[in-house]
Design a protein around this ligand. Structure first.
Ligand code: HEC
Length: 156
């Protein structure tokens, strides 16, 4: 077992109460997704296609297409009609498992990206936010780390 695996397994067990029910069902829930989320799926698809030409998903491009509207250009977040937390200088990104979990499953007002972004894309965008905006968490985030935490697409 690599160090990374142990580390991610720790995070998984921290979220075990959330993950356990998810592991029961297998579904491709596109039909159940809100219209806005389906729009995001289209964008994600476009990102996949253009990134393919470059040989791997581009974390910065994925951030701009999927995250920036809420978390803002420099990850500074926003306060207004909603509260969009800053990703800049955010110690919650210290362990990769947490942002992977949030991106896969959503959190509060944040939509989930399970069903829209691939393991490679989530690894790329999580790597991007962990190494930009004042964050210096350079341990690599691998697609396998995302795959380990991915359950069925949430339906509500
Ligand atoms: C529709 C708006 C929206 C989009 C799009 C969005 N987020 Fe969020 N995000 C939120 C909100 C709102 C929260 C706070 C949720 C809460 O705490 O209840 C959040 C929380 C987070 C957190 C947890 C921060 C913390 O301090 O605990 C991370 C990490 C995160 N988002 C990353 C991302 C990434 C990466 C993307 C793009 C793949 C993304 N978000 C896209 C709205 C959004």
């Amino acid at each position: 077992m690599t160090q990374q695996t142990v580390h991610t397994a720790g995070v998984v067990s921290r979220f075990a109460p959330y993950l356990a029910p998810l592991s029961l069902a297998v579904t491709l829930g596109l039909a159940a997704m809100p219209a806005a989320a389906q729009g995001a799926a289209g964008q994600a698809q476009a990102a996949t296609e253009s990134a393919g030409a470059l040989g791997g998903p581009d974390g910065e491009q994925l951030y701009r297409q999927n995250c920036m509207a809420c978390h803002m250009a420099q990850g500074e977040g926003a306060q207004g009609l909603g509260r969009f937390p800053a990703l800049a200088n955010n110690p919650a990104l210290t362990a990769a498992g947490y942002p992977i979990f949030v991106v896969l499953n959503g959190l509060g007002g944040m939509p989930w990206f399970n069903g829209m972004l691939s393991d490679e894309e989530i690894a790329a965008v999580v790597s991007y936010v962990r190494t930009h905006f004042g964050n210096t968490y350079t341990d690599p985030v691998r697609p396998e780390d995302v795959a380990m935490m991915r359950g069925p697409v949430p339906t509500e």
